[in-house]
Design a protein around this ligand. Structure first.
Ligand code: HDE
Length: 713
């Protein structure tokens, strides 16, 4: 695409500037046009190579055969060293609360502008083909194509990190990746090397808590927070700096899978999160996040009992409140995964005037690493790749290199030169200026003294969890450490857990009789009101965006389904029909409903909530005696999901699927029974009361009390 054509598209003002720019690089391909070589020569035969005689040797002359095979031979590029598995989408960012006086960055001060955006979500540890639902932090890499250049906020769904200094990143990643001798296990920290590293590095203590918690198994990319992690700086017109921590808060709330579900999904639908994001955007259920900031005046830098430059610590929202300033909406799926997701190249050093870095030693290393890694993944001209190009004009003297895409007309690619207009490199003209921080010190390999405290925030996190979340942490530690085969690794891990909380260590150690728990060390008992996903302040509970499966068999009661469709759609939920076969399923009254899923090709894990509809005749209950259906009901119940049955499916659910858990007489009642979070409507149909009760159950995300009864049992 010629530069002029691209510029013409970019300079148009209709719609999303990034979309216009990308459209300029999108080649419409369909099967209506003849097949050609990459260079446009029409091809008459692409299935059989040219050969000397039907049974003779293939000849070198066949340029199409050579182009086809040779291109294929070079189709793969190195996957990302970390965060190899991911999904991306485009969207927009709109500021609603300007940070006037805090920064000069237009993206944070100009509320009139809608800025094109892009986010890539990822797991960290697994390779490109690994499963989405594994226990791992999630990447939340956001790019805003601002008028002043790309701003990449390359964050995670966890507000802190494992290590304090970037030089340790290599050791961390070598330890958590599959073990080098047999490349086992894939995409998880449940192995000796990972826990050996964590045991030997007290700085990982707080992050261990986060990855053993439900945060590491999100329900959806749409239901995850994002954090910039480091302290960054904002700079105002007077050159004054304010420290800032960035947060993304999902409109749908922050919610997780349960562990058994996560394990199963890894096999049942390895693309679970990717598909969820894709489907939601295709359905018009655009995920949204608030961008929030915690602002800390420069003069308050040292007022905390942790170092603001230490990325293993968060700034509790109880101390510095979060201020929401803008909304990010993802509303467009990529058209070509490789060019628009695999080739997206985030760099932490991509900031815009009015912003700056802090001296966080982790951030300093990242500012080197990202650019460096893109060069090996994509080549030195990775900025030319459409998804990476800014939408604002740019003028750079960088030249040449592999795969340079644009003919640049500038004849003097150096500075200064005889054609220079007035210098534009000055900050006064809007150019980027580094904050003139006063620094001094001797050259040495040490970190600030407050970097040496490791347990306080681990305790804060653990203490802030609900009783269910605490139990999940215990379960997760037991799962992970039981996959470590070296006694010393288990012992060191439990020693460390004991420094967080003695009862926690005792509970985890129950699974390891050979391990000794040392004497109790005091836990400060402090809590944050913002860290629990169950009880935390600012948490959102809504049924919006949730997937509800309605199970049908031929002869189902049509009257029981129709009101649900309307009520659920009004609540912003996605209804999925599951039947014995895909396609139309006939109701008792002859009407039909189309099933997208079958009993065999889906599992309860695909959905947030399940409803089993009764039939118009008595023999309907015989058809319900289907192993897959019974399993789906029991599994969803065990995964603490909202479950319901209507009409004569009620007796089937109480007697055959969950005997003992549900009241056996519910089927004889005229009113709706709610028991253990299960809704049973034998005869009142699915009117407004049923829908309302069910929607409110779905909004609660999980029926936690059901878990308690099972733990106790
Ligand atoms: Fe990364 N990280 N990282 N990281 N990271 C990469 O860059 C690195 C860290 C994060 O969707 C790599 O393009 C170092 C923290 C995300 O394309 C690499 C250190 C946080 C992504 C790299 C860190 C992150 C990456 C691999 C320690 C959360 C995916 C491929 C100093 C705040 C971006 C690439 C995407 C990717 C280096 C630590 C988040 C190798 C050296 C802390 C979301 O450059």
């Amino acid at each position: 695409m010629a530069q002029q054509v691209v510029d013409k598209i970019v300079n148009s003002t209709v719609g999303d500037a990034k979309k216009r720019q990308m459209d300029g690089f999108t080649i419409e391909q369909n099967n209506q046009t003849p097949l050609t070589t990459y260079f446009g020569t029409k091809i008459a035969e692409t299935d059989i190579a040219l050969r000397a005689g039907a049974r003779g040797p293939t000849v070198l002359e066949d340029f199409h055969n050579r182009e086809k095979i040779s291109h294929f031979d070079h189709e793969r590029i190195p996957e990302r060293a970390v965060h190899a598995r991911g999904a991306g989408a485009f969207g927009e960012f709109k500021l609603h609360t300007p940070l006037t006086g805090i920064t000069t960055a237009k993206i944070l001060t100009d509320t009139s502008k809608t800025t094109p955006a892009y986010v890539r979500f990822s797991t960290v540890n697994g390779s490109r083909g690994s499963a989405d639902s594994v226990r791992d932090p999630r990447g939340f890499a956001a790019r805003l194509y601002t008028d002043e250049g790309n701003w990449d906020l390359v964050g995670n769904n966890i507000p802190i990190f494992f290590i304090q200094d970037a030089i340790k990143f290599v050791d961390l990643v070598h330890a958590v990746k599959p073990e080098p001798h047999n490349e086992i296990p894939q995409a998880q920290t449940a192995h000796d090397n990972a826990w050996d590293f964590m045991g030997l590095h007290p700085q990982t203590t707080a992050m261990q808590q986060w990855i053993m918690s439900d945060r590491a198994i999100p329900r959806s990319y749409r239901m995850m927070q994002g954090f910039g992690v480091h302290s960054f700086r904002l700079i105002n017109a007077e050159g004054k700096s304010t420290f800032v921590k960035y947060h993304w808060t999902p409109h749908l709330g922050t919610h997780s899978l349960v562990w058994d579900e996560a394990l199963k999904l890894a096999g049942q639908d390895p693309d679970f999160h990717r598909r969820d994001l894709w489907d939601a955007i295709e359905a018009g259920a655009y995920p949204k996040w608030e961008l929030g900031v915690q602002l800390i005046p420069e003069e308050d830098e040292h007022k905390f009992d942790f170092d603001l430059l230490d990325s293993t610590k968060l700034v509790p929202e109880d101390i510095v409140p979060l201020k929401n300033i803008g909304t990010l909406t993802l509303n467009r799926n990529p058209v070509d995964y490789f060019t628009e997701v695999e080739q997206v190249a985030f760099c932490t050093q991509h900031i815009v005037p009015g912003m700056d870095f802090s001296s966080d030693p982790l951030l300093a290393g990242r500012n080197f690493s990202y650019q460096d890694t893109q060069i090996s993944r994509l080549g030195v001209n990775f900025a030319d790749i459409p998804v990476n190009r800014p939408v604002c004009p740019f003028m750079t003297n960088q030249r040449d290199g592999h795969m340079n895409m644009f003919s640049k007309t500038n004849r003097t690619p150096y500075h200064p030169n005889r054609f220079d207009a007035l210098p534009t490199t000055e900050p006064a003209k809007g150019g980027f200026a580094s904050y003139p921080e006063v620094v001094s010190g001797i050259k040495e390999r040490v970190l600030g003294p407050k970097f040496n405290e490791f347990t306080s925030q681990a305790q804060l996190f653990y203490n802030s969890m609900s009783k269910h979340e605490k139990q999940h942490i215990i379960d997760a530690y037991q799962f992970e450490l039981s996959k470590c085969y070296e006694h010393v690794v288990q012992q060191t891990a439990i020693d460390r857990i004991n420094l967080i909380d003695h009862d926690l260590a005792l509970a985890v150690a129950e699974a390891f009789p050979a391990v000794k728990v040392k004497d109790a060390v005091p836990n400060h008992g402090g809590k944050s009101a913002f860290l629990s996903q169950v009880e935390g302040k600012n948490q959102t509970f809504t049924a919006e965006g949730r997937k509800v499966a309605i199970y049908l068999l031929p002869g189902y009661s049509y009257a029981q389904v129709e009101p649900l469709k309307i009520a659920f759609a009004a609540a912003g939920m996605m209804v999925k029909f599951v039947g014995p076969a895909t396609g139309k399923i006939e109701a008792g009254n002859g009407m039909t409903q189309v099933a997208e899923f079958t009993f065999e090709n889906s599992r309860s894990t695909y959905f947030d909530a399940l409803i089993f509809i009764g039939g118009d005749s008595d023999d309907y209950t015989k058809k319900l005696k289907n192993g897959r259906l019974i399993h789906a009901a029991r599994e969803a119940y065990m995964h603490l999901k909202a479950v319901a049955a209507t009409g004569n499916a009620v007796g089937w659910l109480t007697d055959m699927c969950l005997p003992g858990d549900l009241p056996a007489d519910a089927k004889t009642k005229t009113e709706i029974t709610e028991a253990n979070g299960v809704l049973l409507a034998p005869s009142v149909g699915t009117g407004a009361q049923f829908s309302e009760q069910f929607i409110s159950s779905v909004a609660k995300h999980r029926v936690w009390d059901r878990e308690v009864s099972h733990i106790a049992a």
